[in-house]
Structure formats: structure tokens, C-alpha cells
Design a protein around this ligand. Structure first.
Ligand SMILES: [Zn+2]
Length: 386
């Protein structure tokens, strides 16, 4: 074992290089759509990983996303279940943002679109591997890394790839940012969302009100019923409410988006099924409801395997002299898709920062080396199972 302490020592002189790499990839606008920018981010790492001796492949994106990058390292051990690391190249910011708000450093704070969510994680992963290999690390079977390009939009293109590459992994390490206090992430809520549309009967609101059936009235009743599905560990969020065309006409159409989230898959499934039952029975005779699912992620529950990974990470962090804590978050990540396959997952292993998805997003530059060291130590320790 090289050990996290030595890995950190080896990473320290790479700090300025890491910041320069971060500057370069933050300068590339990479919204999920169009996929040209994310493909550029992926190509930045493509050659550099190849130079480390990895088998690197570009997987063409579908539905307009950029190309995903798969990176495979083979060690001296026979092939077994791989260690799998996942990061995403896309950000929530549109083209032009990098020119408007270029990468900027002020004291220990780095800013710029996607600086910590999650270009920082893409950078620390690369330097963790570079440093491990530089120290002669080869005591493993397979390490697979995926840099996908569509996480911020719910992985319309990369979800099958994540499942295919990761379903039999020994463990999955997710490169999402550490929380503002440095915590790694042990559990994430699952989600399910879609579009609820309601059909009523139009009529003159003054002349013929009895003939009409208001889709807006039905929608209002249903929204209240759907919110009542809220329970401990399960939340509801309704948005995009609209209906009716003009005054004086009983609304023929109405619609909204419904999103449910839960910590436990069982709770999520129960809420989804109860919502389906509600929708089968309109409250106003003559209206009809239709729910079109648009997406979601399975719940990433904390399991005994998560606890083992937390223990390992805590020990490695101590060895590297890095503060360690963990937390849970309601937001989803690439990690959620592997939870149903029983893969041990630890998330939030990227550098530390906050204000994600806003113009105030920041990264703590002093966290780059310690987090890369913790990640490298974890890769070394988990490469042959946990
Ligand atoms: Zn992210």
C-alpha cells in the first residue's frame, strides 16, 4: 500500500497544475444541450488519460447530448468486478456563461460555472489516478471511470451506460462535490416526476356553467390531494400549474408538473402508486386525468455497505490529515442508478464547495489536494473490493 499520507505528499506539488487544469475546463461552456461543450470537456481528459496508459473510448451521446468518455485501467491482478468512478461533464449553465463569468480566484475561493459541480471532481479524479500510477500502483484488476455528459438533465443518454458499466462493480465512487462543510454523501433521495394533464368540458361560464366541467377546478382538488401524499421521508412538489384559456370560458384543459421524492425506495413506490390511484378517480364527473412520467432516479439508501465505505474513507482521511464527515442530501446523482443493483456507493468525493447551480458557486482551492489524496487513498483501498 502506498497510503494516503504519501499520496498527499505526492499531490502537494501538483496543486498549481490542478488549478490550471480547472481553469481550462471551466473555460469550456458545457451545458447538457447542445452537447458540443461537454464533448470538448471529455476530449480534454481523453488524451491525458490515454497518456496514463488507460483504454479510453468515446461513446457517442444520444438525444443531442455530448460524447461520454469511458476510461479503463488494468492492473496486474486478474479481471474481477471493477472499481467504478463516475463524474459528469455537463453544467446547468448556458453557453456564454464562461465568457461572462470566467474562472476567477480570490484568496482560497475559485469561481466559475461548474467549478465544483463538478469540474473540480473531474480534475481531482485525474490527478488521483496520475499520482497512484506514478507511485507504481498496479495491485488491482480493473478500474473503470465514466465521464458522462448529461447528469444535470437526468441522464437521458448515459443511464444505460452507467448501469451497464456499474451494475456488477465492487464499489462505485461518485465525484460530485463535497458539501460546504466538506461532508461526503452517504444517501440521496429517489425521485419520480411527470406531467399531469386534465381534460374538462368547455362551456360559457355565464350562460351555460352547468354544462361545463372545469379542468382547473379538478386540478386544484387533485393538487391538494397529491400534496397530502407527503409523509415522513417523502416530499411532494407541484410546479408549472396552468389551465384555461380566457375568462368567461369554463377551462377545458389544465396541467402541472408533479415531483415526488423519498429517502427509501419503498416509500417512493408507495407514493407513486397512491398518486396513480388518485389520478384514476377524478373528483368532478366528466373530467379525465392523465399522468405522463418524465423521469426520476431510484433512491440511494444508506446500507451496511455504505457504512463500510464510510469507515474506510474516514480512516483514509485521518491518514491523509483531512477532516472527515458525512451527510445525506435530497438531490440525485449518477450514483442513484446503481443503488437498485446493490452496488456499494459513496458520493460527494469531489473537492469542497457550495452554492451549486447558482452564479455564486465556488470551490475551496485548498481542498483540491486533500480531497484528491482522500480519493486516491480510497481508490487504492477499494480497487479489489471493500
Ligand atoms: Zn453534479
Amino acid at each position: 500500500m502506498i497510503g494516503a499520507k504519501k499520496l498527499r505528499e505526492r499531490l502537494e506539488p501538483r496543486r498549481e497544475d490542478m488549478i490550471e487544469t480547472l481553469r481550462q475546463v471551466v473555460a469550456i461552456d458545457s451545458p447538457t444541450f447542445p452537447g458540443t461543450g461537454t464533448t470538448k470537456v471529455a476530449s480534454h481528459f481523453e488524451e491525458r488519460y490515454r497518456a496514463l496508459g488507460a483504454e479510453v473510448k468515446r461513446i457517442p451521446g444520444s438525444s443531442g447530448t455530448g460524447d461520454h468518455l469511458t476510461i479503463r485501467f488494468r492492473g496486474k491482478r486478474p479481471e474481477g468486478p471493477p472499481l467504478f468512478l463516475i463524474g459528469h461533464c455537463d453544467t446547468v449553465f448556458p453557453e456564454g456563461t464562461a465568457a461572462e463569468r470566467p474562472f476567477a480566484v480570490e484568496g482560497d475561493t475559485g469561481r466559475g460555472p461548474g467549478v465544483v459541480d463538478m469540474k473540480g471532481g473531474l480534475v481531482t479524479c485525474f490527478y488521483a489516478m496520475e499520482t497512484l500510477l506514478g507511485e507504481g500502483f498496479d495491485d488491482f484488476g480493473i478500474i473503470d471511470i465514466l465521464y458522462d455528459t448529461d447528469e444535470e438533465r437526468g441522464n437521458p443518454s448515459s443511464r444505460p451506460l452507467i448501469e451497464e458499466m456499474g451494475k456488477s462493480a465492487a464499489a462505485a465512487l461518485i465525484l460530485e462535490p463535497g458539501r460546504a462543510d466538506g461532508s461526503v454523501v452517504s444517501a440521496r433521495m429517489g425521485s419520480y416526476y411527470g406531467n399531469l394533464t386534465i381534460k374538462g368540458i368547455a362551456a360559457h361560464a355565464g350562460v351555460d356553467p352547468d354544462r361545463g366541467r372545469s379542468a382547473v377546478h379538478e386540478l386544484a382538488e387533485q393538487v391538494v390531494r397529491i400534496y397530502r401524499l407527503t409523509r415522513p421521508g417523502g416530499t411532494v412538489n407541484v410546479t408549472g400549474v396552468s389551465g384555461g384559456e380566457r375568462p368567461h370560458i369554463v377551462a377545458e384543459n389544465a396541467s402541472c408538473f408533479v415531483e415526488i421524492r423519498a429517502w427509501q425506495q419503498g416509500v417512493l413506490d408507495a407514493m407513486r402508486d397512491e398518486m396513480a390511484t388518485l389520478i384514476e378517480s377524478p373528483l368532478l364527473d366528466g373530467t379525465s386525468l392523465h399522468f405522463r412520467p418524465l423521469g426520476g432516479r431510484p433512491a440511494m439508501e444508506r446500507t451496511p455497505d455504505t457504512d463500510r465505505l464510510l469507515d474506510l474513507a474516514g480512516n483514509i482521511a485521518a491518514e491523509a490529515g483531512v477532516a472527515f464527515s458525512h451527510t445525506i442530501t435530497g438531490g440525485g446523482s449518477d450514483g442513484n442508478y446503481l443503488a437498485p443493483h446493490g452496488v456499494p456507493i459513496l458520493d460527494g468525493l469531489g473537492p469542497v464547495g457550495g452554492n451549486l447551480h447558482t452564479a455564486e458557486e465556488y470551490i475551496e482551492l485548498s481542498s483540491l489536494v486533500p480531497r484528491a489524496a482522500m480519493l486516491a487513498g480510497l481508490i487504492e483501498r477499494c480497487a479489489n473490493g471493500i
